[in-house]
Ligand binder design. Structure first.
Ligand SMILES: NC(=O)c1ccc[n+]([C@@H]2O[C@H](COP(=O)([O-])OP(=O)(O)OC[C@H]3O[C@@H](n4cnc5c(N)ncnc54)[C@H](OP(=O)(O)O)[C@@H]3O)[C@@H](O)[C@H]2O)c1
Length: 301
């Protein structure tokens, strides 16, 4: 009898995400076991507990999924799991804390597609303002966009928090070359005056850009909004919009809504979960792999 596909879902949070559990079953994993309140130091032990019990064939049918709420911790957990492998006893690992990596990848890829389609431009050189950018999705989107050549500013209610998140993104994932900056919402007006792209990644139900902000953003080309809970996170961007002109834009900007990003995110997470299940050799998947897939998915769309 073939061994079942077993996914161990480890998370520093007190609950595993039902969203991720559903996604993993739908991607063909036979059983998903959650481990909650996991600390970084636990990861090596859990990894070695998982790899030695199934033989080289069974090991290929075993995987780790890393959840939680924090980009840095999830990436550190992925590194610790990789370091604990003892080839040929080695399994695939996929980090997607709070769905942030796949969501951020989907959002930036959708923006890239609209920049090319509507303006004949790429992400390179865009001035991107990430409103509500200090959460897991905003930080991952900032890193992905900055690595693609954009100049990125993370905005939040407090300047020190935005600065801290920007520094962490640059240092931990941008090899100190991404140049992501932080700024407070008090300076939103100045930032939006220069922005060519806006990403709305604040908590659900929060409007980060009202009609007047949209009208004042005179260089704006694309605005993408992740908020699916009324009111709109970016005024005039509907949840189903995919390159629809934003009514109050003075610059002919187009909008991308939360459900459009959500669909690309779903396809991306599903693909990566399937890919790690089917892989002949171990894969270590995170935001860069998510962006690579989301881009190729949209190119073939
Ligand atoms: N479509 C999808 O597939 C999908 C998947 C995952 C998440 N999402 C959505 O993506 C968005 C971002 O998710 P997340 O988990 O990164 O968000 P989050 O951590 O809950 O919030 C992001 C930031 O929003 C700011 N914020 C919170 N309350 C605010 C308020 N009342 N006014 C102004 N700013 C406020 C905070 O920044 P400061 O404290 O620095 O101001 C916070 O760091 C959410 O809307 C979520 O629902 C969508």
């Amino acid at each position: 009898m073939e061994k079942p596909y077993l996914l161990h879902l480890i998370t520093p949070a007190k609950n595993a995400s039902p969203f991720d559990v559903n996604m993993a079953y739908d991607a063909g994993w036979d059983a998903i076991t959650p481990y909650t309140n996991v600390e970084l130091d636990d990861v090596a032990g859990l990894t070695q507990d998982a790899i030695f019990s199934r033989g080289p064939k069974g090991v290929r049918r075993t995987g780790f999924f890393i959840g939680g709420r924090e980009m840095v911790l999830a990436m550190d957990m992925l590194d610790n799991a990789r370091d604990a492998m003892v080839p040929p006893f080695e399994i695939s690992v996929f980090a997607d804390p709070s769905g942030a990596f796949t969501t951020a990848a989907a959002m930036v890829a959708a923006v890239e597609k609209q920049l090319a389609k509507t303006f004949g431009e790429s992400l390179d050189g865009q001035k991107i303002v990430v409103l509500g950018g200090t959460g897991p999705v905003g930080s991952a989107a900032s890193v992905i966009a900055a690595k693609a050549g954009a100049s990125v500013t993370v905005m939040g209610r407090q300047k020190d928090k935005a600065d801290r998140v920007a520094a962490l993104c640059n240092h931990a994932y941008g090899a100190d070359m991404t140049g992501i900056k932080g700024d407070a919402n008090d300076h939103k007006g100045e930032q939006l005056e220069e922005a060519t792209v806006v990403l709305g990644t604040a908590a659900a139900g929060v409007q980060v850009m009202n009609k007047d902000d949209v009208a004042a953003a005179k260089h704006l080309k694309v605005a993408a909004d992740l908020n699916a809970v009324p009111p709109e996170g970016i005024a005039g961007v509907g949840v189903m919009d995919d390159g629809v002109p934003i009514p109050d834009s003075s610059s002919g900007a187009v909008g991308i809504g939360a459900l459009v990003v959500g669909n690309i995110k779903y396809q991306t997470q599903n693909h990566l979960l399937q890919q790690m299940r089917e892989a002949d050799s171990p894969m270590y998947l995170h935001f860069e792999h998510a962006f690579e897939f989301a881009r190729s998915y949209l190119q073939n769309d």
